[in-house]
Design a protein around this ligand. Structure first.
Ligand SMILES: [Zn+2]
Length: 200
C-alpha cells in the first residue's frame, strides 16, 4: 500500500506511464507540482490538455502539426525531389535539428513488427506510394530506426513501395545498430546522411 495521499499516488502512476519516467522521477515531479502555486499547476495542465485538439497528422507527410499541410511540406525552399522516410514525428524533429537535410519527409507512424502485430497496412505505406506515383521524387532516403524492425521496414519500402526508377538509399555511417535516431548526435546524423548508400 502506498503511503501517498490517493490523488498524489494517482498522479505518480499516470506519470510513470510516460516514456523515460520511472517511479522516482514521477514522485519528484508530483511533489514539485504539489508544492507549486495553483496558477503554475494550471499552466502545466493546460499545456497538456490542448494537445489533442491542436495537433494532428499532416495530410501530406503524416508529421505531427497544428496546421495541415505542415510547415515542412508548405516550405517552397525544400527540395521536392527528395523524400526522407521516418517512423515517427520525433525522428523528423531530430533530423531537422541536425540541419543536414533540405528535402521533404514521410512519417510512417511506426515500423513493421510481427511481434506487436503491426503490418504494412497499419502504417502510412499507401500514402507514400501515392506521393511517389506523382513522379516528382527522384530519391527516397529510408531513415527508419537502426533496429531489426526498422531495417525490415526499410527493406519492405524499398521492395514494395518505391517505383523502379526512383533511387532508394539508407543512411549508413555511424548509426548504432539497435539505437534510436533521437539519441544520435547532430554530427553523426549529418555524416550518416552524407554517406548514405543505395539499397537496391
Ligand atoms: Zn507535412
Amino acid at each position: 500500500v502506498s503511503e501517498l495521499p490517493e490523488c498524489l499516488e494517482q498522479l505518480v502512476r499516470t506519470l510513470t506511464r510516460l516514456p523515460g519516467i520511472g517511479r522516482r522521477s514521477a514522485q519528484r515531479i508530483a511533489f514539485h507540482l504539489a508544492r507549486s502555486s495553483p496558477d503554475e499547476v494550471r499552466r502545466v495542465a493546460d499545456a497538456v490538455a490542448v494537445l489533442p485538439e491542436k495537433l494532428g497528422p499532416c495530410e501530406v507527410c503524416g508529421n505531427l502539426t497544428d496546421e495541415s499541410p505542415c510547415r515542412v511540406c508548405s516550405d517552397p525552399r525544400r527540395d521536392p525531389t527528395l523524400i526522407c522516410v521516418v517512423e515517427q514525428p520525433e525522428n523528423l524533429a531530430a533530423i531537422e535539428r541536425s540541419g543536414s537535410y533540405r528535402g521533404l519527409y514521410h512519417v510512417l507512424g511506426g515500423s513493421i513488427s510481427p511481434l506487436r502485430s503491426v503490418g504494412p497496412e497499419d502504417l502510412r505505406m499507401a500514402e507514400l506510394g501515392r506521393r511517389l506515383e506523382q513522379g516528382d521524387v527522384r530519391e527516397v532516403i529510408l531513415a527508419t530506426n537502426p533496429t531489426v524492425e526498422g531495417e525490415a521496414t526499410a527493406l519492405y519500402v524499398a521492395r514494395q513501395v518505391v517505383p523502379e526508377d526512383v533511387r532508394v538509399t539508407r543512411p549508413a555511417t555511424g548509426l548504432p545498430v539497435g539505437g534510436d535516431l533521437d539519441y544520435i548526435d547532430k554530427s553523426t546524423l549529418s555524416r550518416a546522411f552524407e554517406t548514405r548508400h543505395d539499397l537496391r
